[in-house]
Write a protein that binds this ligand. Structure first.
Ligand code: NAD
Ligand code: TDX
Length: 379
């Protein structure tokens, strides 16, 4: 089949959206965003397996305000074809916004199997279910969320654009690359109306504390070591999560079928700069000499920066990522609204303030919380 028509998804504001991975970091921020900020009046169905990274505490106020009316949670695996199909049909889904993935590079190095299973087979299963259910319809949309890591590693100069050849280096980025190829193949082969986005590193509230920024904040507050891989000079391009969510919304509203949009912060930082920045913000918010945990655990520490430890590098550690996002800026009118200093300060303050969330995630209680508070109440 030839390429499908170059169209926009005209029913975005009233659609029934299936958000896969909606209990994770970016997915939960996206659900909050569409239901409370952007003028969307449709329904959101959050389809999530609730792996270790899925946390329904991320959406308590959304459940309270919209649950059963405009927000629905369905626990399920994207690899489960029959279940996906049943949910797509029952809620008359007309757009899939696909976040669900295994997302942590270090975990992919220690155990790549789940990454192949969820990121490749899961995306394939969703595509198959959508193709079968939508049966050639053009007034629907499958938006696939991907990463800049599919492009590999940059040297000191240059940027990733939408036409940069793929060169993934980790099992995580290889699995995301495979999923991107499948999504494009479904457009070219079957005419499935798809869009894709490749985004740089996100940060913000509800970030799971295995990733650099939340791990650093929480370890510092507890007086634990702040591990910096290698020489600390690897560069990431940071984007506040709400800006990423707005970009996805603009793609749903105005993006052209079959197109890919790069999304980035235009904000390159070395990891060591980020870690030192967090230490300095914490120094203002929770001075070391007022921090009980540090007095007990690491009495010799005079400043959070003293906790920084350079550790063995990540195998295959990509040196630098930097995104050219001119296309989404010129074609769809999106731009970043947070600068990094403001966003980082708000993020650190969020983790300092949200002690109940932090405690539940740190001691694993968020998974028990789901069973007792969520399923106990609604089922
Ligand atoms: P996350 O790990 O915080 O959340 C992933 C969610 O997917 C969790 O709720 C988890 O329960 C769910 N999930 C995992 N396997 C599943 C399965 N088999 N079936 C159903 N649900 C499943 O991830 P995140 O950081 O929010 O990333 C979301 C998406 O954005 C991913 O596709 C990731 O590749 C992409 N992305 C992330 C970043 C970033 O900086 N975090 C940047 C660019 C792109
Ligand atoms: O303890 C750490 N010390 C450290 O130096 C951790 C966890 C990370 N790092 C480094 C590795 C990276 O250069 O910090 C940088 C950021 O690491 P992560 O937070 O693990 O993110 P990254 O590997 O860049 O991948 C993230 O951005 C792209 C997301 O996890 C991916 O899902 C997304 O696609």
């Amino acid at each position: 089949m030839n390429q499908g028509p170059d169209t926009v998804f005209s029913r975005a504001t009233t659609a029934n959206l299936l958000v896969t991975g909606g209990a994770g970091f970016i997915g939960s921020n996206f659900i909050r965003s569409v239901l409370s900020r952007v003028g969307f009046s449709g329904r959101v169905i959050n389809y999530d397996k609730l792996t270790y990274a899925g946390n329904l505490m991320n959406l308590t106020e959304i459940e309270n305000e919209f649950g059963g009316r405009r927000y629905f949670f369905e626990r399920g695996d994207i690899c489960d074809f029959e279940n996906v199909k049943e949910v797509l049909a029952r809620f008359q889904i007309d757009a899939v916004v696909h976040f669900a993935a295994e997302s942590h590079v270090d975990r992919s190095i220690f155990g790549p199997k789940n990454f192949v299973e969820t990121n490749i087979n899961g995306t394939f299963t969703l595509l198959e279910a959508a193709r079968e259910l939508w049966a050639g319809r053009k007034d629907v949309r499958f938006h696939h969320i991907s990463t800049d890591e599919v492009f590999g590693s940059l040297g000191d100069t240059g940027f990733f654009s939408e036409t940069t050849p793929y060169d993934p280096r980790s099992p995580y980025s290889a699995s995301k690359a495979a999923s991107d190829h499948l999504v494009r193949a479904y457009f070219h082969t079957y005419g499935l109306p798809v869009t894709l986005s490749n985004c740089s590193n996100n940060y913000g509230p509800y970030h799971f504390p295995e990733k650099l920024i939340p791990l650093t904040v929480l370890n510092a507050l507890e007086g634990k070591q702040l591990p910096v891989y290698g020489d600390g000079n690897n560069v990431r391009d940071w984007l506040y999560v709400e800006d990423h969510c707005d970009a996805i919304w603009q793609i749903l509203l105005k993006g052209r079928t079959g197109e890919t949009y790069n999304i980035g912060g235009e904000c390159e930082k070395q990891n060591i700069e980020v870690v030192r920045g967090i230490c300095d913000i914490l120094e203002e918010l929770v001075p070391v000499d007022s921090n009980e945990k540090i007095r007990k655990r690491s009495p010799g520490i005079k400043a959070y920066r003293d906790l920084i430890a350079f550790v063995t590098d990540r195998p295959g550690h990509d040196r630098r990522y930097a995104i050219n996002c001119d296309k989404i800026k010129t074609e769809l009118g999106w731009k970043q609204t947070y600068d990094f200093e403001q966003g980082l300060r708000e993020t650190v303050a969020w983790f300092v303030r949200n002690t109940q969330w932090v405690e539940a995630v740190r001691n694993g209680d968020y998974q028990k919380w789901i069973e007792t508070n969520y399923f106990g109440r609604t089922r």
